[in-house]
Design a protein around this ligand. Structure first.
Ligand SMILES: Nc1nc2c(c(=O)[nH]1)N[C@H]1C(S)=C(S)[C@@H](COP(=O)(O)OP(=O)(O)OC[C@H]3O[C@@H](n4cnc5c(=O)[nH]c(N)nc54)[C@H](O)[C@@H]3O)O[C@H]1N2
Ligand SMILES: Nc1nc2c(c(=O)[nH]1)N[C@H]1C(S)=C(S)[C@@H](COP(=O)(O)OP(=O)(O)OC[C@H]3O[C@@H](n4cnc5c(=O)[nH]c(N)nc54)[C@H](O)[C@@H]3O)O[C@H]1N2
Ligand code: SF4
Ligand SMILES: [Mo]
Length: 684
């Protein structure tokens, strides 16, 4: 029963699926895939399907809340908005606008989610977060190498003879690439998976390379060495379209295959095989985001790019160093939406350092934090410091759909609309280049309002209401204006549900790179302009026996905190009781060493924090590796970020979430039934 509408999945994900949502009696009653979507073709994942449960959940926030004497009480929107606006005005008058911090992430792919910046720019400019927990190092790396981070169109994989999945958890995080991998395998393409963890993607691979976390650059160096030794490099490409290769050759001479074997745990025979695969073009490389969340992450991506380039796989159908696809975001008029010229003051901190900076800030101090589209108390590294920083802020305002760990520490919680409750246009620069239209299908529950309504109301109170005196339709048209000349309009999107953006399906086909030299840069002049060396280098993770032997002696195991299968970050944990427990996955050697078996309770700890959970032994993980999926809520024993470091990566203000050493011990709770005590995270 009910009526079915075509829309988009709004979640921050590679795939941006087309959805079919059935509404009955004003409620979402079914979420399916849209078979007509050219990329996602009707297949969706559980996270998309669970959007029905998410929008209808009892746990949805329905009313504005204010904390009084440590407890939330319901207040009216009038009171909430007046309080917040008055507070903002007072802070601005006394300290200037940068006394307000905007803490955010990108939990929703809607174009109009960028209007938060319009609000803050019109206010005069706040303390903003720059960089990215997600992909900062890799994007910057590709900007240095190619001048930009562009990927091949999804269907171009049909041209690949070999496909290397390098640190991307395709079967879990990018399901439509997984479908294409299965098809490629069927037609005889070779699939190589390079990952410290053996999972469903590795299961379908012809070659699985179990690498030590954080050492991929060394493997790329080994493959390059073998490529050169065997004379398999693409000399014509190197000579005509690149600069800096002599620097690469020089570094390669300083490291031996024996050292590379030792660092990576990968045999030299494998490096030779990979050199042959890379030279048997076209070979496509799909880079994941995991391996650049290290202190050497930018250098890692640059070495892999260099291998792809030296082997002649750049700019050819079926090739490419596919990471992000910024061709997508470039199409929208972000400035028209965000009005950067209205900013009169600015202060920028990196996402990683938001807590440390908040605690240190005195010129001006942070008087108010406004959190949108993010759950920093679960998702930002070094949670104990983040908690401390948020506790230090005079006023915390959180725009949320659920009472998350972050909302729980707020002074004001403003209930916002969720999927299908507002009109927007969705796309992402991660995988394909379709933009999907998303109509408003149902009303938000209770008094929940779209983020845009809140910005508009606050803007009126702060004297720049005129900047928000536009309809959604007008805002969407503003963002889409550069596409008009290609016949892509809101009207067309509404009629056709999704439209392909005009992007190059085989980037760098013309060998004109966006670097200052116009060539592929093995040695980066952009880096040099920024005062850095720009050469590829030899670099270990920050938390490793090579860099910090004392730390490694105390905390000998490497902790990965990869993305969960059934949740998008922290968003699905409250909906699925089966997810509400901490699972500690340990490699077989750790289990043997510590006497751990499936089902045992264990405690993982380092100098930043500790976490208790249930053990699962991974038979094929790289020795010395532990994984705990990210996103867990505090109430269910998380978040794992109590353990992770807030150091920045070597470039692009990226994160080092996986550059993390820990120790583990069997855990026997002192009091039986002490589950709640187990969940407490402590500073050790
Ligand atoms: N199910 C699900 N899907 C998602 C998301 C989600 O939360 N849940 N989130 C979405 C978002 S925002 C993003 S950014 C993407 C991320 O998509 P992915 O990049 O696929 O996911 P990650 O979990 O970041 O890690 C990818 C892989 O990197 C491996 N890895 C870790 N360290 C290393 C290393 O040093 N070397 C190598 N070679 N591999 C390493 C991990 O074992 C893991 O298999 O996923 C998107 N899709
Ligand atoms: N340890 C570890 N930490 C990680 C990662 C990891 O791999 N390991 N991955 C990192 C990566 S790649 C990413 S992208 C980040 C993601 O970090 P976040 O974006 O912070 O995580 P989410 O849980 O997706 O979403 C945060 C909140 O946004 C809310 N939300 C959703 N839609 C809207 C909306 O329209 N408006 C408002 N106001 N709120 C909304 C949700 O209810 C949710 O509580 O996490 C990073 N943190
Ligand atoms: S979460 Fe990703 S794969 Fe799942 S339905 Fe949404 S866009 Fe598709
Ligand atoms: Mo991400």
């Amino acid at each position: 029963m009910g009526t079915t509408h075509v829309t988009s999945c709004p979640l921050n994900c590679w795939d941006v699926c087309g959805l079919k949502v059935t509404v009955d009696g004003g409620k979402v009653v079914r979420v399916d895939g849209d078979e007509q979507h050219p990329i996602t073709k009707g297949t969706i994942c559980g996270r998309g399907r669970m959007l029905k449960e998410r929008v209808n959940a009892d746990g949805r926030l329905r009313y504005p809340l204010k904390k009084a004497n440590g407890r939330f009480v319901r207040i009216s929107w009038e009171e909430a908005l007046d309080d917040i606006a008055e507070n903002m005005q007072r802070l601005k008058d006394r300290f200037g606008p940068t006394a307000v911090l905007h803490s955010h992430d990108y939990a929703n792919n809607g174009l109009l989610k960028h209007l938060d910046q319009r609000f803050f720019n019109c206010y005069g400019g706040v303390t903003e977060l720059v960089g990215s927990l997600c992909w900062g190092a890799g994007i910057e790396a590709q900007k240095w190498d190619f001048g930009n981070a562009y990927s091949h169109a999804p269907e171009d994989i049909d041209n690949s003879r070999h496909i290397v999945i390098w640190g991307r958890n395709v079967a879990r995080t990018n399901i439509h690439l997984f479908e294409r991998l299965l098809a490629a395998k069927k037609r005889g393409a070779t699939i190589v998976v390079i990952d410290p963890l053996f999972g469903p993607t590795a299961r379908i691979a012809d070659h699985y390379i179990c690498i030590k976390p954080g050492t991929d650059a060394f493997l790329a160096m080994g493959v390059m060495k073998e490529l050169l030794r065997l004379g398999l490099e693409d000399r014509a490409f190197i000579e005509h379209h690149t600069v800096g290769f002599a620097d690469v050759e020089q570094v390669l001479q300083t490291i031996s295959l024996a050292e590379i074997e030792q660092y990576t745990g990968v045999s030299r025979h494998t490096a030779t095989e990979l050199a042959r695969i890379y030279s048997d073009r076209p070979t496509a490389t799909y880079l994941g985001l995991g391996m650049q969340r290290y202190a050497n992450g930018g250098n890692t991506i640059r070495w892999i790019d260099a291998l792809v380039a030296a082997s002649g796989n750049v700019g050819i159908p079926g090739g490419g160093a596919n990471f992000g696809n910024l061709q997508v975001s470039e199409w929208f008029d972000r400035a028209a939406l965000t009005l950067p010229e209205r900013k009169t003051a600015s202060r920028a901190w990196t996402m990683m350092k938001q807590a440390e900076e908040m605690l240190r800030a005195n010129d001006p101090p942070i008087g108010m934090v406004i959190v949108t589209c993010g759950n920093p108390l679960a998702q930002v590294p070094n949670t104990n410091l983040v908690k401390k920083a948020f506790a230090s802020a005079e006023t915390v305002v959180v725009f949320e759909q659920f009472m998350t760990d972050t909302a729980a520490v707020a002074d004001y919680v403003l209930p916002v609309a969720a999927s299908f409750e507002e009109e927007d246009v969705y796309c992402s620069s991660m995988y394909h280049a379709y933009v999907n239209y998303g109509p408003k299908l149902v009303e938000p529950p209770g008094e929940a309002k779209p983020d845009l309504w809140i910005w508009t109301e606050l803007a009126k109170r702060l004297g720049f209401g005129e900047a928000f005196a536009y309809t959604r339709e007008q805002f969407l048209n503003m963002a889409l204006r550069p596409l008009e000349r290609h016949g892509i309009t809101l009207e067309r999107l509404r009629a056709e549900h999704r439209v392909l953006l005009p992007v190059e399906p085989v980037p760098w086909r013309h060998r004109r790179f966006q670097t200052p030299s116009g060539k592929y840069e093995f040695t980066s002049s952009i880096a040099r302009q920024k005062g850095m060396d720009g050469r590829l280098t030899i670099m270990h993770p920050a938390e490793s026996a090579e860099t910090n032997p004392l730390l490694a002696a105390k905390y000998p195991y490497r902790l990965l905190t990869i993305h969960p299968l059934r949740s998008n970050h922290s968003q699905h944990y409250p909906l699925l009781p089966a997810l509400q427990t901490v699972r500690i996955e340990v490699s077989a050697d750790i289990a043997a060493e510590k006497g751990l078996a499936d089902g045992d309770r264990a405690r993982v700890y380092n100098g930043r924090g500790s976490l208790v959970g249930t053990v699962r032994v991974l038979e094929r993980a790289h020795p010395g590796t532990i994984n705990i999926d990210e996103g867990q809520w505090g109430a269910f024993g998380g978040p794992v970020n109590v353990l992770t470091p807030d150091l920045e990566s070597d470039n692009g203000c990226g994160s080092t979430l996986y550059d993390c050493l820990v120790n583990i011990e069997k855990w026997a709770p002192r009091e039986e039934g002490g589950a709640v005590a187990d969940w407490q995270t402590t500073l050790t």
